[in-house]
Design a protein around this ligand. Structure first.
Ligand code: NAD
Length: 474
C-alpha cells in the first residue's frame, strides 16, 4: 500500500471511483423525475423481478423464514422507497429562512445538495434491507454510490450484484463484493460520505479512515440494548413482545433486546410467561419450527456457545433452552439468569438468541446499571407507571426507545433512526437518511443595496455609532 494517501494508483477500485467522481456533478444535477425513475426501477426489481430470489437467498444464508424476510427486508425497503417518493419533491425544494433586518436588501435560503460519491458498507443480518435502505436515501439525495455488502451472506451478496448491475449504470451505482481487504481498499479512497452499518469496533476503523479525507460519516452501530420491566407492567404482553423481538432472526438484530433488567419480585413470573410464548411461537421443538432462523456462520455459532459456556462455568442458571447443534448452526431460544456481573453475556453485545435476565430492587438501580455501560442503540421500557417511564427517559441516553414494545420504532420512517456515541453517529431513514447524504448549502441573494455597506471602511466616529446602534437594535 502506498504511503501517500492521495496516490491511488495501486487501488483496485480507483478506476470505478474515478468514473463516478467524474460524473457526480451531472448525476447530482439530474431532475426530480430522474431520481424518481431510479427509485421506481429499484422498487420494481425488489418487489417483482427479484422477490422470490431474495427470499431464497435469505433462506440459504440465514435460514430466514419467508414471512420474516417479507416483513424485515422487502417491506422495509419498499417502505423506504414509498416514503422517499412521497416527500422527495418537498425535500428537494429551496428551504426559505428569515433574514435579519441588519441584512436588509437580501434573501436567504438553503438547499439540500448531493454530497457526491458515497460509500455504503453493510452488515449481514439484514443484508438486503441494510444495503438498499441507505441506497434509497443516497440516490434520492442525488449521489453516486459504491457499495460493499457483507462477505458472510454470500447468496444475498451475489444476488445484490446482479440487481444493482441491472438497475443502475456502473458509473452511478456499483456494488463490490469482498472481504475485509476490499473494505480497507475502498476506505482509502476520498469518498464524500461514508455510510457504515456494523459493529462499534469496525465503526472506529471506518471513522479513522474517513478522517484522512475529512469525509463525513454516518455510523449505524450496535451494542447492548437494555429492556427494563417494572412491577406495574403487563407481564404476559411484555413477555410476548420481548420473545418476538429477541428471537426473530435468531436474535441477530441490532435493535433486539440484548438483556432484560427486571424487578426481582417478578422475575420468576416473567420467565414462565416467556416459556409460554416461546412454546406458542416455535413449539417445544424450535429446531423443527419453520419460524426460527439459524446463526449466520460457524464463527458466530462458536462465539455464542462460548458465551453459554462462560455463563455456566460461573454457575448461571439456564432457565430455558441452551441446546445447540453445530452442524446446522442452531442455537435454541435461550434465557439465562443468576449471571456473574463479569459474565461475557453481560459485557459484550450478544447478537444471538440468548437473553440474560438481570434483577434490580429499585428503578434507580436499573438506571444506574444502564448508565454504567456504553450508550445503547435502543432502550425499551415496560411499565404503566408514568414516574418510572419519565425517570428512565430523562436519566438515560439511547438512540431510540419504545415504551411497552420493542424493535418497532425501526419501522417508522418519520422517526430518525440511529445510535448515540458507541451505538452510532448520525441518523438514517426517511428525511433523516436523505439529510445524511446531503449537504445543506446556505445561500444569500443580495437584491438591492445592503445597509451593512454603509459601515464599510473608511471608518469614522459616525460609523462607530451606527455599528453600536446596529448591535443594539437589529
Ligand atoms: P462488522 O462490523 O463485522 O462488519 C460490517 C461490515 O464491515 C462488513 O461489510 C464487513 O466486511 C466490514 N468489515 C469488517 N471488518 C472490517 C475491517 N477491519 N475494516 C473494514 N471493514 C470491515 O459487523 P457485522 O458482524 O456484519 O454486523 C453485526 C454488527 O452490526 C453488530 O454490532 C450490530 O449491532 C451492528 N448492526 C447495526 C445496525 C444498525 O442499524 N445500527 C444494523 C445491523 C447491524
Amino acid at each position: 500500500m502506498k504511503n501517500d494517501i492521495n496516490d491511488y494508483s495501486d487501488n483496485p477500485y480507483f478506476d470505478m471511483f474515478q468514473k463516478q467522481r467524474l460524473k457526480q456533478l451531472s448525476v447530482g444535477q439530474q431532475s426530480y423525475d430522474y431520481r424518481i425513475k431510479l427509485l421506481n426501477r429499484l422498487k420494481v426489481a425488489i418487489e417483482k423481478t427479484y422477490r422470490a430470489r431474495i427470499l431464497e437467498a435469505l433462506s440459504k444464508d440465514l435460514g430466514k423464514p419467508n414471512v420474516e424476510s417479507e416483513l424485515t427486508e422487502i417491506y422495509q425497503i419498499i417502505g423506504e422507497i414509498k416514503h422517499a417518493k412521497a416527500y422527495l419533491h418537498r425535500w428537494m425544494r429551496k428551504q426559505k429562512v428569515k433574514t435579519p433586518i441588519s441584512m436588509l436588501g437580501s434573501r436567504s435560503y438553503y438547499v439540500y445538495e448531493p454530497k457526491g460519491v458515497c460509500l455504503i458498507i453493510s452488515p449481514w443480518n439484514f443484508p438486503f434491507n441494510l444495503t438498499f435502505g441507505p441506497l434509497v436515501s443516497a440516490i434520492a439525495a442525488g449521489n453516486s454510490v459504491m457499495i460493499k455488502p457483507s462477505e458472510m451472506t454470500v447468496h444475498s451478496s451475489a444476488l445484490m450484484v446482479e440487481i444493482i448491475s441491472n438497475v443502475f449504470a456502473e458509473d452511478e451505482v456499483a456494488l463490490i463484493e469482498g472481504e475485509v481487504e476490499t473494505s480497507t481498499q475502498l476506505l482509502r479512497l476520498p469518498f464524500n460520505h461514508i455510510f457504515f452499518t456494523g459493529s462499534p469496533k469496525v465503526g472506529k476503523i471506518v471513522m479513522t479512515a474517513a478522517a484522512k479525507h475529512l469525509a463525513s460519516v454516518t455510523l449505524e452501530l450496535g451494542g447492548k440494548s437494555p429492556t427494563i420491566i417494572d412491577k406495574s407492567a403487563n407481564l404476559d404482553l411484555a413477555a410476548k413482545r420481548i420473545v418476538w423481538g429477541k428471537f426473530m432472526n435468531a436474535g441477530q438484530i441490532c435493535v433486539s433486546p440484548d438483556y432484560v433488567l427486571i424487578d426481582e419480585s417478578i422475575k420468576a413470573k416473567f420467565i414462565e410467561a416467556c416459556k409460554k410464548w416461546l412454546n406458542y411461537f416455535y413449539s417445544n421443538q424450535p429446531k423443527d419450527s419453520n419460524a426460527y432462523a439459524r446463526i449466520v456462520t460457524q464463527r458466530h455459532f462458536e462465539r455464542l456457545t462460548a458465551h453459554l459456556d462462560n455463563a455456566t462455568s460461573q454457575n448461571a442458571t439456564i432457565d430455558v433452552g441452551g441446546e445447540h447443534d453445530k452442524a446446522s448452526k442452531y442455537i435454541a431460544p435461550t434465557i439465562v439468569s443468576n449471571l456473574n456481573e463479569k459474565a461475557s453475556l453481560l459485557e459484550e453485545e450478544i447478537f444471538g438468541p440468548i437473553l440474560p435476565i438481570v434483577t434490580y430492587t429499585s428503578i434507580s438501580d436499573a438506571i444506574d446499571y444502564v448508565n454504567k455501560k456504553e450508550r445503547p442503540l435502543a432502550l425499551y421500557i415496560y411499565s404503566k407507571r408514568k414516574a418510572h417511564i419519565n425517570a428512565i427517559l430523562k436519566q438515560t441516553r439511547a438512540g431510540g426507545t419504545c415504551i411497552n414494545n420493542n424493535v418497532i420504532h425501526y419501522s417508522n420512517h418519520n422517526l430518525p433512526f440511529g445510535g448515540v456515541n458507541n451505538s452510532g453517529i448520525g441518523k438514517s431513514h426517511g428525511f433523516y437518511g436523505f439529510k445524511a447524504f446531503s449537504n445543506q448549502r446556505a445561500v444569500v441573494k443580495q437584491m438591492t443595496f445592503g445597509i451593512t455597506e454603509s459601515l464599510f471602511p473608511p471608518y469614522t466616529s459616525l460609523k462607530e455609532k451606527l455599528a453600536r446602534l446596529t448591535i443594539k437594535w437589529f
